[in-house]
Design a binder for this molecule. Structure first.
Ligand SMILES: Nc1nc2c(c(=O)[nH]1)N[C@H]1C(S)=C(S)[C@@H](COP(=O)(O)OP(=O)(O)OC[C@H]3O[C@@H](n4cnc5c(=O)[nH]c(N)nc54)[C@H](O)[C@@H]3O)O[C@H]1N2
Ligand SMILES: Nc1nc2c(c(=O)[nH]1)N[C@H]1C(S)=C(S)[C@@H](COP(=O)(O)OP(=O)(O)OC[C@H]3O[C@@H](n4cnc5c(=O)[nH]c(N)nc54)[C@H](O)[C@@H]3O)O[C@H]1N2
Ligand code: SF4
Ligand SMILES: [Mo]
Length: 713
């Protein structure tokens, strides 16, 4: 028996786990790591099932190659040779890549995803970000100068939290890394603070709050604009950070009175006014908006307004307000104006954001002939057939690809279209460091988990991606992946003291670990930056993780805007207010479809673990009983949207607003190797969502506020 301490890789909460293994490497026990200074023993049912997931018999153990509809296990050299042949036939600009959500959790995705993208020689770069948080990147890029300069609510010190479109009691939090989010919310109330939750559903998070405010789906921008208007009208504005554009914002929001806002969003005008006064009066307050406010038609406007309110109430960058984390591997962010639309998608002319095109445009880029038509696709850790808007169209489009390779542990709804599937080894075989998520943590903190099991000879995912990058750049299937690490290390260490001496000093038993060591030593707490003594060695010596202290004010130092000030009124964003005004007079559809998450699920890929499916974790359509009675519905309804039709089981509940229905995503399993998931197939909500409706500033998909019609089957 042995015990290992590891970070859970399954969601953004980064909980420390204590895992017991027997001599054969089987997981016999998983608990919360009580000595982790950040998560302090917290664990959820998903983390507790990590052993089951890791040893799932349906995980692929060897690469697969497809001939027609026949799959064949092949050796790794054969698989890489097949990828080389497949990619060689398709020139760079006709290749595309899609990076899915787990690539934000793996070291492979963080350290080698960029190399894969660059080596493909294409602008057809897609990811789950445009089905998720791209509006936040764009609004923060325009306001603070860098798309990763994202403030998070200072949960542990705030006295007032206004939370919109997030349900951390199920999701455990997002763009706000906070293990035991529920406990941290309860603590706000225990110390006399106030929690207000805005959601079209009375969620478990809303149940825990002082106040729950129902809002019509897709209309948070009106609510927030009404609050901002009130702050100006009642002279409650206190700005404590250097800003440009304060007067322009006041002017731009002049016509969004509480009464106008109330009409659009359904929140009474007196509540809007009261929320403004409460935010202004609280000793320290934060506004936080997540999925319900991002994957919506006015996503970027809404994310902008969230931070406008944090600025107007003097809460940006102040303890207890909305603060900027300082992650251990943060690199320098040079001042240069942030811009989107440096290039556009070929078919619909949609603007690039952060170097990516909207996943809502992927199908048309594959289907539409002409120069630059996508003919080959690499997917890494993604399942867009279930996760992208109108996934059904992608399902058809993928059949037309000349070549597709997927890096994924499962044969599933997306990877079934691949010609080659490259499965990463078990989770416990990989090292783990949260390059992305620690940048959103509510305390500065770092933890590294080395591989808990020796390699069984199969390449780790870091090597799989390094090889893909080298194949795509024409160096061939046999090129030594270590060369890629050396090249990147060269770039990292160049211009920093004595590069050769520093290269020789790096610890780590793999290229990935050495690169982590270099980033830690060069980072804000590292010995090479003069900030401290953080290094890989130090993290290895502290297997429960290191607390690096509470968040500290960072402005104006970490602003990367050309002006060195917060840009409160970016022209692009203000011009989108025209769309918001136009919508005021539009008809409201009879039903608006929204999503939801369940604690024991995780997007599309945790439905093959017995203890996690069933019970409350089912794919049902939540609907208000008054709507059921009004339409005379039985146990099922036919739901029709502009793009598709589903017949769904109903779950009547008064926790959802009349006129709103909710279906979770990630279901609709078919054609996958996952036996348990096949028995709990559910339905793919993204048959109903519409790839033609996006948030125009970020290209983000719209999953909340989709017009639908309901009828009896
Ligand atoms: N209607 C609707 N649609 C949505 C959403 C919604 O709220 N409503 N949410 C959106 C959001 S926020 C997101 S992030 C996206 C997610 O969209 P995707 O990332 O496309 O989908 P996932 O279901 O996360 O798929 C993860 C895939 O990675 C594989 N995988 C798991 N672990 C690993 C690993 O370590 N390495 C590799 N290489 N592969 C791995 C899994 O087998 C699975 O195939 O979905 C979006 N889609
Ligand atoms: N258990 C579990 N945890 C997860 C995931 C999972 O699938 N399952 N996915 C992970 C991922 S990829 C992400 S991005 C995060 C997301 O984390 P969260 O943002 O917390 O996501 P949800 O739990 O879907 O909560 C979104 C809430 O928005 C509400 N909503 C819908 N439309 C609107 C609207 O127009 N306005 C407002 N104000 N609210 C609205 C929904 O009712 C829902 O309660 O969760 C992560 N964690
Ligand atoms: S909350 Fe997230 S990180 Fe923590 S145990 Fe659950 S899945 Fe893992
Ligand atoms: Mo996500």
């Amino acid at each position: 028996m042995s015990t290992v301490f590891r970070t859970c890789p399954l969601c953004e909460a980064v909980c420390g786990l204590t895992i017991t293994l027997d001599d054969a490497g089987h997981v016999t026990d998983v608990r919360g790591d009580r000595e982790d200074p950040f998560s302090k023993g917290f664990i959820c049912p998903k983390g507790a099932s990590l052993g089951r997931l890791d040893e799932d018999p349906d995980r692929l153990r060897a690469p697969l190659v497809r001939d027609g509809d026949q799959w064949r296990e092949v050796s790794w050299p054969e698989a890489f040779a097949a990828v080389e042949r497949g990619l060689a036939a398709v020139p760079g600009p006709a290749r595309a890549v899609y990076l899915g959500n787990p690539s934000a959790h793996t070291m492979a995705g963080a350290l080698y995803g960029g190399a894969v993208i660059r080596s493909l020689g294409t602008r057809s770069v897609f990811s789950a970000s445009t089905a998720d948080q791209m509006p936040k990147h764009v609004s923060c890029g325009l306001m603070f100068g860098h798309p990763l300069t994202i403030p998070v609510p200072d949960l542990d010190r705030t006295g007032y939290l206004l939370m919109l479109g997030a349900n951390p009691l199920e999701s455990n939090g997002s763009l706000c890394t906070a293990p035991d989010f529920p406990g941290r919310l309860k603590a706000i109330r225990k110390r006399g603070g106030r929690l207000v939750v805005v959601d079209p559903r009375r969620t478990r998070t809303a149940d825990l709050a002082d106040e729950h405010v129902f809002v019509r789906p897709g209309t948070d921008a009106y609510l927030l604009a009404g609050i901002a208007h009130t702050l100006f009208a009642e002279d409650l504005v206190t700005v404590d950070v250097p800003v440009n554009g304060l007067a322009e914002v006041a002017e731009a929001l002049r016509d969004f009175t509480p009464e106008t806002a109330a009409q659009a969003c359904g929140v009474p005008a007196d509540v809007i006014v009261r929320l403004a006064r409460e935010l202004a009066a609280a000793p320290a307050a934060a506004v936080y908006g997540r999925i319900g406010t991002c994957t919506a038609e006015f996503g970027t406007l809404t994310q902008w307004l969230v931070d406008v309110l944090n600025v107007l109430t003097g809460n940006l960058d102040r303890p207890g307000g909305a603060m900027f984390p300082r992650p251990a591997t943060e690199g320098a962010r040079r001042r240069k104006p942030y811009a989107t639309g440096r290039w556009h998608s070929r078919v619909r002319g949609l603007p690039e954001a952060n170097g990516e095109l909207p996943v809502a445009a992927l199908a048309e880029e594959i289907e539409t002939p002409g120069e630059g038509q996508v003919r080959a696709l690499i997917t890494i850790a993604g399942n867009p057939v279930l996760s992208a808007p109108n996934g059904a169209r992608l399902d058809r489009a993928f059949r037309g690809l000349e070549f597709m390779v997927s890096v994924d542990p499962y044969l599933n709804e997306t990877t079934k279209h691949a010609h080659v599937i490259l499965p990463p080894p078990r989770i416990l075989n990989a090292g783990h460091f949260d390059f992305a998520l620690l940048g959103f943590a509510v305390r500065n903190y770092a933890r590294y988990s080395p591989p808990a099991l020796p390699s069984d000879g199969a390449p780790p995912e870091t090597e799989i991606l390094a090889r893909l990058a080298m194949i795509a750049s024409g160096q061939g299937a046999d090129a030594d992946p270590a060369l890629l690490d050396e090249l990147i290390l060269d770039g990292l260490l160049r211009d920093t003291g004595d590069p050769a001496e520093r290269r020789a000093a790096l610890d780590g038993s793999s290229g990935a670990e050495q690169r982590l060591d270099a980033m830690l030593r060069l980072g804000p707490y590292g010995e090479w930056s003069g900030g401290g003594d953080l290094s890989l060695r130090k993290l290895l010596d502290n297997p429960h993780g290191l607390d690096l202290g509470p968040l500290e004010p960072r402005l104006p130092g970490n602003l990367a805007t050309a002006s060195g000030r917060v840009e409160l009124a970016p022209a692009q964003i203000l011009s989108d207010l025209v769309r918001l005004r136009a919508r005021l007079t539009a008809d409201t559809p009879e039903f608006l479809l929204i999503g939801r998450r369940h604690l024991r699920s995780n997007n599309s890929w945790l439905h093959n673990v017995g203890p996690l499916v069933g019970g409350t974790n089912r794919c049902t359509l939540q609907i208000n009983p008054a709507d059921v009675a009004r339409l005379g519905l039985g146990r099922e309804a036919v739901v029709r949207s502009a793009k598709g039709t589903l017949t769904v089981p109903l779950e009547p509940t008064d926790t959802i607003m009349p006129g709103v229905v909710s279906l979770p995503h990630g279901w609709g399993h078919e054609g996958s190797s996952q036996a348990v998931a096949a028995k709990n197939a559910g339905l793919n909500v993204n048959v109903l969502t519409d790839e033609d409706v996006i948030d125009p500033l970020s290209g983000n998909a719209v999953f909340n506020g989709v017009p639908v019609v309901l009828t009896t089957p």
